[in-house]
Design a protein around this ligand. Structure first.
Ligand code: HEM
Ligand SMILES: [Cu+2]
Length: 599
């Protein structure tokens, strides 16, 4: 048989066989290695040991050590850390890819990379940061803190929790496969995967990417079911709906959105795979039509943007009051507006399709709902500002990032309201204005993540971060973000279309394009620098930072703002001290090296 094939085909058959054999070997090696690890079967998740109140809930005594612990853990805090580490890796990938793109855009012609490479990086940047970073980093916080905040021993389904996480690394490998596997071109569909482009691209990397996305969707859905079950059934007795903390409210709403939108994305992805590989016609011109894809994609895609913004809003709502010396203003309204956003976000998807020639009457109704959804977001913004008004502000790193969030979110939101207006959108759609709009929001999401990382740093590491570096991180990040994305808003007004590797054209204000692109690239470098400072600060401080001396490192008790997770922290420190554990050398004093900063 083989003698009848061309040499090229023989090589590719040999490569396939070699790949399959080596994958099989890796699998066997993994099984052998896991079987050799002795205590893997004796590891019992804490939630299965005792349950209820008492000491056991803080136990996890039987954790195996080293890498086995991390591979087999079902402890919500460990899984939270895993999600966090995974997100740092994906953030680095997404960030690096965009730095290459921004460098390419410094001058009009395509000099540094080819347009096809640019398109591949653009696709990877968007998909990585939305699916492999955005949702997982929020799951990191939710996993670690929701059980602590609601007084639960663990998540409702610890093992499902672990599976949900472990679906993500293979998902990432599949999504990035086009960059690793020799001989296949990376996917160039952009994150929206519009048909017919995504059907006609021949590279198998597109199929692998779709499969990878499917895995991440399954993972997110499993996580969502788990959070809903946990918040409904695992709350401590004293936590009822009226005093459920605001972060858990946003995670609950987010989980509802995931539950209704990700399965739909999953179905659409399967249909796209069928169109690509089995000749079905769901999204082809003669069949269901390319607009069917857009409708399905955005019915998922718009809720997705709220999926990644609601928990950050929850983080801000929980952290910002702590450094304003008072409770969140209008708590109830923040909860109601969260629920309102949850419902309305399913009724606005066609604002991404204003320019597609849809029925103008339908289009107008989508404009109305899109304008309406700005109201609950504004309600929250006013609540945060009122909380700070005349408050006793302490400009710690987490607080700086909270203020950064509010300011970036306002610009992102207001530019969104402009786009909601059909006549304005018809001019600005597919320009850099849209890129500027949503990146102001996405940068706000990042500030909320940083606020959370710094605020709870003492809790999950027992150490202090370096405050000076944290402030450098903040200012570089804020200046960089505003430079980059304000330049993009202006680029959009000047008519620069999005998703191009070059702007080497004879018409249009090319000189202005160049200037603005250079400003945007400068800002991107500043953001990159701030990221390096952040990473260094976190890693270095985790390893060698000064130990936290108090169970209330932010001195929240005096304002009556100490929430459940710090009580858990207090309990854990006490246990560690009586056990002669790691922190035994410390004394439980109330003076802390943080007090100088909070003064
Ligand atoms: C709250 C967080 C928000 C996030 C995370 C967000 C995110 C996004 C993203 C990712 C896109 C671009 C999608 C693409 O084509 O690749 C987009 C476009 C759009 N956004 Fe937002 N947005 C937010 C808020 C808003 C608000 C409050 C409004 C209006 C009230 C709005 C109105 C729009 C419109 C109309 C478009 C379509 C523009 C076009 O493609 O022509 N957005 N947004
Ligand atoms: Cu939208």
């Amino acid at each position: 048989m083989i003698s009848g094939l061309t040499p090229l085909a023989v090589t590719s058959v040999t490569t396939s066989v070699a790949l399959t054999v080596s994958m099989g070997l890796v699998l066997v090696a993994m099984i052998v290695w896991l079987a050799r690890v002795e205590d893997i079967r004796s590891y019992v998740p804490a939630s299965d040991i005792g349950g209820g109140a008492g000491q056991t809930e803080y136990g996890h005594e039987e954790k195996p050590g080293g890498i086995t612990r991390w591979l087999t853990t079902v402890d919500h805090k460990d899984i939270g850390v895993l999600y966090g580490v995974y997100s740092v890796i994906t953030l680095a990938w997404g960030g690096l890819s965009v730095l290459i793109m921004r460098t390419e855009l410094l001058d009009p012609p395509a000099t540094l990379i080819q347009s096809t490479t640019y398109n591949a990086l653009l696709t990877s940047h968007g998909i990585t940061l939305l699916f492999l970073f955005g949702t997982p980093i929020l799951a990191a916080f939710a996993n670690y803190f929701v059980p602590l905040l609601i007084g639960a021993d663990d998540m409702a389904f610890p093992r499902i929790n672990s599976i949900a996480f472990w679906l993500l690394p293979p998902g990432a490998l599949l999504i990035w496969a086009g960059f690793f596997i020799p001989g296949i071109a990376p996917s160039q569909t952009s994150w929206t995967m519009y048909t017919p482009l995504s059907i006609q691209q021949p590279s198998p990397a597109v199929d692998l990417m779709l499969l990878g996305l499917h895995l991440t969707g399954v993972s997110a859905t499993m996580g969502a079911i788990n959070f809903i079950a946990t918040i409904f059934t695992e709350r401590a007795e004293e936590v009822d709906w009226a005093n459920l903390d605001i972060f858990s409210w946003t995670v609950l709403t987010q989980s509802g959105l995931i539950l209704f939108s990700f399965p739909l994305l999953g179905s659409a992805l399967v249909m796209l795979l069928l169109d690509r590989n089995f000749g079905t016609t769901f999204f082809t011109v003669g069949g269901g039509g390319p607009l069917l894809w857009q409708n399905l994609f955005w019915f998922f895609g718009h809720p997705e943007v709220y999926i990644i913004v609601l928990p950050p809003m929850g983080l801000i709502s929980i952290i910002l009051p702590k450094f304003s010396g008072r409770k969140l203003f209008g708590f109830k309204f923040v909860v109601y507006s969260t629920l309102a956003i949850g419902v309305l976000s399913f009724g606005v998807w066609a604002h991404h399709m204003f320019a597609t020639g849809m029925d103008p009457r339908l289009r107008a109704s989508f404009m109305a709902v899109t304008l309406a959804i700005a109201v609950p977001s504004a309600v929250k913004t006013f609540n945060w500002m009122t909380t700070m008004w005349n408050g006793r502000l302490r400009l710690t790193a987490p607080m700086l990032f909270c203020i950064g969030f509010v300011s970036l979110f306002i610009i992102g939101g207001v530019t969104g309201v402009f786009l909601a207006s059909i006549p304005v959108d018809l001019v600005l759609t597919d320009t850099y204005y849209v890129v500027g709009h949503f990146h102001f929001i996405l940068m706000a999401i990042l500030t909320a993540v940083f606020a959370g990382v710094y605020y709870w740093f003492p809790l999950y590491t027992g150490k202090w971060y370096q405050r000076g570096l944290a402030k450098w991180h903040f200012w570089l990040f804020m200046i960089g973000s505003n430079l980059t994305f304000f330049a993009m808003i202006l680029l959009g007004y000047a008519g620069m279309p999005r998703r191009y590797a070059t702007y080497n054209v004879d018409i249009g204000p090319v000189a202005q394009f160049t200037d603005l692109h250079q400003v945007a690239t400068l800002g991107a470098y500043l953001i990159g620098l701030s990221g390096i400072i952040f990473l260094w600060n976190i890693v270095q401080s985790w390893l060698e930072g000064p130990p936290v001396q108090s169970s209330d490192p932010w001195e929240l008790a005096e304002d009556g703002l100490l929430t459940n997770e710090w009580q858990w922290f207090d309990h854990q420190r006490e246990t560690a001290i009586t056990d002669g554990g790691a922190e035994s050398e410390e004394t439980d004093t109330d003076t802390d090296d943080n007090s100088e900063e909070t003064a």
